[in-house]
Design a protein around this ligand. Structure first.
Ligand code: URA
Length: 449
């Protein structure tokens, strides 16, 4: 047990009764849990009490500060200018960091990106990158800083040094169903970003059945809390709400998503991926001062994407982090599972719904994600959609291909996938992936890119 000026039981009881905790109590808990002095079963109870009773803005700020102080705070002093990052609250098929990071770096911004692994039904950028042979996501801080300085972007995982309290809490939250809790999310997200040396962050807050925030109202509340707490910690932010009802892009699964990202960087137009990358990229350029107007930012980004600068930046990043850059020219080098199974339309009509949550779970069942933190994953498995929501299909027309490690698993997952796709007679109303930017407590529309 932590040597005690406080009692863990009393703090849990106070939070259970709805009391606001003091900065000292919160700091004591964060420190004790991170050092292993407060046992995980009490931290589970503490997190559950916060889940049900919430935290006010001040408590959330104390929590965030204590989580930052649980490790080192990188200053990245050798890199000039504003360091800008992006954080997504997690979705299915969300490979945006792989496109957006190199894209924004290719127009001169510096991006020290700390990313996560897949959690629950959501995928993780680190797992995707590790499907590139040799790619190292575990760079030490000095090497990380060196790559950001030289290339403009590096993507690594959380280390023991950066906000270790988040590692501890997240592992417990993941298995106690306490992830969907705004103050805990804010502490987790902001502590990592601030500790990793970012001066500005764009939040991609996913809303919908495939995300932790189930609708735009929940997303707006999370955005409001992120903005309030970030402003007390001198972090510049922008919060964009985006839809997570169907998977993003056309692929789900690690190697398949890297392949798709490379294709987009080579100019393939996948509408939701391009819209999201340009929209979030423009916010990053505005925050970092690389552009003064949104139109100017979008122009810079379009030119970099279409002119191949973003692809070149991706190649440089892969090389600097030990990966095989030949995958960029030949994505066929990425290993993709050999057992394929096609899911066909059960009737003629329009694809009306592809349930992102179910697809995420199927990807995990295929082996692309984990159900326990220590599990190994299979980078080669996944799903490729040949049709997306709104597309017309004939009876028996292929809609998706499942890539599995065995024929039996492919068959099982293809059957589950067929149930996750709904076909209707009427064409569904098209909805843009961008919902809007949260500003002064309102959702403001962002014009098309
Ligand atoms: N992403 C994070 O980094 N933390 C959370 O708590 C939720 C999503």
């Amino acid at each position: 047990m932590a040597e005690s000026s406080f009692s863990a039981v009393d703090i849990i009881a106070r939070k259970q009764s709805g009391a606001a905790l003091t900065p000292e109590e919160i700091a004591w808990w964060v420190k004790g849990a991170t050092r292993g002095e407060i046992p995980d079963y009490q931290t589970s109870a503490f997190l559950m009490a916060v889940f049900f009773r919430g935290m006010n803005v001040k408590e959330t700020r104390y929590l965030t500060s204590a989580m930052i102080d649980s490790g080192r705070r990188l200053r990245l002093g050798t890199i000039n200018g504003i360091k800008v990052d992006k954080h997504s609250t997690g979705g299915v098929g969300d490979k945006i960091s792989l496109i957006l990071g190199p894209l924004v770096a290719s127009v001169g911004a510096h991006i020290p990106m700390i990313s996560g692994r897949g959690l629950g039904h959501t995928g993780g950028t680190l797992d995707k990158l590790e499907s590139i042979p040799g790619f190292r996501t575990g760079l030490k801080v000095r090497a990380f800083e060196g790559v950001v300085r030289k290339v403009g972007i590096a993507i690594i995982g959380q280390t023991d040094e950066i906000a270790p309290a988040d590692r501890k809490f997240y592992a417990i939250r993941d298995v106690t169903s306490t992830v969907r809790c705004p103050p805990l999310m804010v502490g987790s997200i902001l502590s990592k970003k601030i500790a990793s040396g970012a001066d500005a962050v764009v939040f991609d807050i996913k809303c919908g059945e495939g995300a932790f925030m189930r609708n735009a109202r929940e997303g707006k509340n999370l955005a409001g809390l992120l903005i309030k707490v970030a402003s007390t910690l001198a972090l510049k932010v922008s919060a964009v709400l985006t839809r997570m009802e169907e998977p993003l892009g056309t692929c789900v699964g690690n190697a398949l998503e890297v392949r798709e990202s490379i294709e987009v960087l080579k100019g393939r137009f996948v509408e939701d991926l391009v819209d999201l990358s340009l929209t979030l990229g423009a916010e990053m350029l505005l925050l970092s001062g690389r552009a003064r107007k949104r139109d100017e930012a979008l122009r810079l980004l379009r030119t970099a994407l279409l002119g191949g600068k973003a692809l070149q930046k991706f190649r440089e990043m892969v090389e600097a982090q030990g990966g095989d850059p030949r995958v960029v020219d030949d994505p066929g080098r990425l290993r993709v599972a050999g057992h394929t199974r096609t899911v066909k339309a059960s009737k003629a009509g329009f694809v009306a719904d592809i349930d992102a949550l179910e697809v995420g779970k199927i990807a995990v069942a295929l082996g692309a994600g984990r159900t326990r933190a220590e599990e190994d994953i299979d980078h080669s498995v996944g799903i490729e959609f040949l049709k997306k929501k709104g597309h017309r299909v004939a009876e028996g027309e292929p809609i998706a291909v499942v890539y599995a490690a065995s024929a039996a698993r492919g068959r099982r997952c293809a059957a589950l996938l067929a149930d996750a796709i709904r076909i209707a007679v009427r064409k569904p109303e098209p909805k843009r992936v961008i919902i809007g930017r949260v500003s002064s407590g309102r959702i403001e529309e962002l014009p098309p890119v």
